[in-house]
Design a binder for this molecule. Structure first.
Ligand code: ADP
Ligand code: MG
Length: 620
C-alpha cells in the first residue's frame, strides 16, 4: 500500500510566513497602521492552494485540523513580526479568517465526520440575535486576594473548583467582570436557500456562533456563505446529559452572496434549447400550458403567473428611489377551484420561490418579527418571514385573507417599497423583500354571491388591493360542458397514474412507453419544470427590453381610456399604479421572447389580460 503523505511534515510556520510575506504585504501593512480598529486578516483559500506544493498540504490541513492551522498562522505573524502596531508593540490578538473555499457543504449533508473540521455552508439568514458581550476569559478572586483565570467556551459558564494558587484552599471565588475579557457575540440561524430544494422539501437550518468584528454585520434575509469550524455541544434533556449532541458552526468568516439567479446553472445545451423555444411562434401557448398542466382551464391565470415569473425590470430613479419590477398577482376565488394547486406549482417553476400560508406557522409570519425567545438565550431575536426569505424570487402566499393584522400593515411597505422595517425593543432594522407576491384568498363569506355587491365580498382594503398588478376573481359556477371537461381531465391524470403504477409492478401487454406518453400528453407540460426554471433564470439574467414608441402609445391610450370609465364605488381604484403595472407586464411579455424591444404585440397581450381582470373589479 502506498504511504499516505504526512499532512504535518515540514515547517508550517515557515511556510505561512513565506506565503504571508509574498501575498499579504498590503493587508499586513493596513493591520499595522489601523490596529485595533482593523484586527482581522482575511486569507483567500485559493491563494493557499496556489502556493505550490506546501500550499496543497496547508489547504488540506486547514480543512482537517483548523485549530492547528490558526495557531500556525498566528505563530508566523508573531515570529516574523509581520504586524507592528503604531506604538511599536505586538498586537494582542488578530483574527485569522479564511474565505473563498471551493467546496460547499449542504446543510442537510452535515454529518458527525464534519465535527471539528473547517467547512463552508451557503444559505439564507433566517434569524439574528442582538449583539451582546460574551465572556471568554473569566477572572476570579478568592478571599485571600489570589486571582484565578478560567477560559470560557460556548454554552455553560465554567467556574473553577477552587483557588488555583498553591496551598490556598478557598473554594468560593468572586467573579471580577472588570478584569475579565469579553468579546462581542451574536447568534445566527441560516437555512438552505429555496433554489436548492426540490419538490417542497422543508429547508434545514444550522446555528452559527459569531464573534468580534463579524458581529452585527448581516441581517435576516441576506444570502451568505459562512465558513467556520463545526462544533458539537452535548444536549441536556430535563437536566440529564444526553448521548446526543447538537451541532453549531463556530464562524470564521462571512461572505455575502448577492448574486441573482446565479445558482441556476445553465449549460450550452439548455441555452440552445431556450433560444430555440424563444423563437417558436407558439411560445406563449407552450409557456401557459406548462404552468400546472394537470389543472384544467384558467388559461388567463396561468398566463399571468407566467408573466409574473419572468417579471418586469426594476428601475432606479434619478432621485435615488426605486421602482419595482416585480409583478404582484392575487387570486380571489371560491373554494376548490385549484388556487392552492396553482400556488404550489409555481414553486416548481421559479428559480427561487417560497410557498406559505397566511396563517403562518412561524412567529415571523409573512414579514418579520422581533421576539425574545430561547434561541436568543434571553437576547432579542429578529426573524425573517416569508417575504424576506423570498427576496429576489416569488412568495406564494395562500389563505391571504387569514393573515395576521400586523402582517397586513407591513405588507403595504413590503409590496411597494420592497422592504420591511422593524422597530421593537433594541432592534431597528430594514430588511429587503424584493419579491413578487402571488396571493390566494377566499371571498369574505366563503363563496362569491354573483348577485351581491362584489366590493363587499372581498376581505381586503383598497389600499392593499391597489398594490396588486393583477387581481383575478375566480368563481365556481356549475356549467355542464366545462364541468365535464374538468372531470375528464382530472380522471385522465388519475387513471394514467394508476396505469403506470400497475405497469411498473407487472408489465401489461400492449402498454409501451410510447402508449403511456400518448395518454399523458394532455396533462404533461410542453416545457418541463427543470428547463422552465432555467428559461426564467436565463431571461431575467440577460434580457432587459425597452418600450418601442408604438407599444408606449398603445399602453398610454388604454390607460387614458381606463381613467375615463373607472367607477369610484368599485373595490379597486384606477390610479397611476395601473400604468406602471402595464409597463411591467409588457416587459415580462417581451422577456418570454428574449426580445430587446417591447412590441405592439406585447402591449396588446397585456392590455387584454389587464382588461379581463379590471372588467370585474374596476368598471362594468
Ligand atoms: P382551493 O385552494 O382553490 O380551495 P385546491 O387547490 O385545494 O382549491 O383544489 C382542490 C382540488 O380540486 C385539487 O385536488 C385540484 O387538483 C382539484 N381541481 C380543482 N379545479 C380543478 C381543475 N380545473 N382542473 C383539475 N383539477 C382541479
Ligand atoms: Mg386552498
Amino acid at each position: 500500500m502506498e504511504k499516505q503523505p504526512d499532512l504535518h511534515e515540514g515547517d508550517r510556520t515557515g511556510d505561512w510566513t513565506r506565503l504571508l510575506k509574498t501575498k499579504y504585504k498590503k493587508q499586513l501593512g493596513e493591520l499595522s497602521r489601523e490596529y485595533p480598529h482593523k484586527r482581522s486578516l482575511s486569507i483567500d483559500y485559493r491563494d493557499v492552494e496556489r502556493f505550490g506544493k506546501p500550499g496543497i498540504a496547508m489547504a488540506d490541513e486547514l480543512l482537517e485540523n483548523p485549530g492547528k492551522v490558526l495557531e500556525d498562522v498566528w505563530d508566523a505573524i508573531k515570529n516574523g513580526q509581520l504586524v507592528r502596531t503604531k506604538d511599536g508593540k505586538e498586537p494582542r490578538e488578530i483574527n485569522i479568517r479564511f474565505t473563498n473555499l471551493p467546496r460547499k457543504t449542504l446543510i442537510r449533508n452535515i454529518r458527525s465526520d464534519d465535527i471539528n473540521r473547517y467547512i463552508s455552508v451557503e444559505g439564507i439568514l433566517r434569524k439574528t440575535t442582538e449583539v451582546r458581550p460574551r465572556v471568554v476569559e473569566a477572572v476570579f478572586r478568592c478571599p485571600a486576594g489570589h486571582f484565578t483565570v478560567k477560559q470560557q467556551k460556548y454554552g455553560k459558564f465554567i467556574e473553577p473548583d477552587g483557588c488555583a494558587t498553591d496551598g490556598c484552599t478557598f473554594k468560593k471565588l468572586e467573579l471580577l467582570p472588570k478584569r475579565s475579557k469579553f468579546v462581542d457575540s451574536q447568534k445566527l440561524r441560516i437555512q438552505e436557500s429555496p433554489e436548492g430544494l426540490r419538490g417542497g422539501e422543508q429547508p434545514q437550518t444550522l446555528d452559527i456562533d459569531v464573534t468580534d468584528d463579524l458581529s452585527g454585520i448581516v441581517s435576516p434575509g441576506d444570502r451568505i456563505i459562512i465558513n467556520g469550524i463545526l462544533r458539537s455541544m452535548q444536549r441536556v434533556v430535563k437536566g440529564e446529559k444526553s448521548t446526543v449532541f447538537d451541532i453549531f458552526l463556530e464562524c470564521n468568516s462571512i461572505e455575502v452572496a448577492e448574486k441573482e439567479f446565479e445558482e441556476v446553472e445553465i449549460d450550452e445545451k439548455a441555452e440552445d434549447e431556450i433560444n430555440r423555444l424563444s423563437k417558436d411562434p407558439m411560445i406563449y401557448r407552450m409557456i401557459t400550458h406548462s404552468v400546472a398542466p394537470t389543472i384544467y382551464g384558467s388559461e388567463d391565470v396561468k398566463q399571468a403567473i407566467a408573466l409574473q415569473l419572468f417579471g418586469g425590470i426594476a428601475k432606479e430613479m434619478p432621485d435615488g428611489s426605486r421602482l419595482r419590477g416585480d409583478i404582484h398577482v392575487l387570486l380571489i376565488g371560491d373554494p376548490g377551484i385549484a388556487k392552492s394547486q396553482l400556488l404550489r406549482y409555481v414553486v416548481k417553476l421559479s428559480p427561487r420561490a417560497i410557498y406559505t400560508s397566511g396563517q403562518s406557522s412561524t412567529a415571523a409570519g409573512l414579514t418579520a418579527t422581533a421576539v425574545k425567545d430561547e434561541f436568543g438565550e434571553g437576547r432579542w431575536t429578529l426573524e425573517a418571514g416569508a417575504l424576506v426569505l423570498a427576496d429576489m424570487g416569488v412568495a406564494a402566499v395562500d389563505e391571504m385573507d387569514k393573515m395576521e393584522k400586523g402582517d397586513r400593515s407591513a405588507l403595504h411597505e413590503a409590496m411597494e417599497q420592497q422592504s420591511i422595517s422593524v422597530a421593537k425593543a433594541g432592534i431597528t432594522a430594514t430588511l429587503k423583500s424584493r419579491c413578487a407576491l402571488l396571493g390566494a384568498a377566499n371571498p369574505k363569506y366563503g363563496r362569491f354571491d354573483m348577485f351581491g355587491d362584489l366590493s363587499d365580498q372581498i376581505n381586503m382594503p383598497p389600499s392593499l388591493l391597489s398594490r396588486f398588478d393583477l387581481i383575478f376573481i375566480m368563481t365556481d359556477q356549475p356549467e355542464q360542458k366545462r364541468d365535464m371537461a374538468i372531470a375528464e381531465h382530472i380522471l385522465k391524470a388519475h387513471s394514467t397514474g394508476e396505469l403506470i403504477a400497475q405497469h411498473k409492478k407487472t408489465p401489461i401487454p400492449g402498454v409501451t412507453d410510447e402508449y403511456i406518453l400518448q395518454q399523458l400528453k394532455p396533462v404533461m407540460p410542453d416545457i418541463e419544470p427543470g428547463l422552465f426554471r432555467k428559461y426564467v433564470a436565463y431571461s431575467k439574467r440577460s434580457c432587459f427590453p425597452l418600450l418601442s414608441p408604438e407599444a408606449r402609445d398603445a399602453l398610454v391610450a388604454y390607460y387614458m381610456k381606463l381613467r375615463g370609465i373607472a367607477e369610484p364605488n368599485k373595490p379597486v381604484p384606477v390610479t397611476a399604479r395601473q400604468l406602471e403595472a402595464l409597463v411591467r407586464l409588457a416587459e415580462a411579455s417581451a422577456r418570454i421572447r428574449l426580445s430587446s424591444t417591447i412590441e405592439t404585440s406585447d402591449a396588446e397581450r397585456v392590455i387584454h389580460i389587464v382588461d379581463a381582470c379590471l372588467r370585474q373589479i374596476a368598471y362594468d
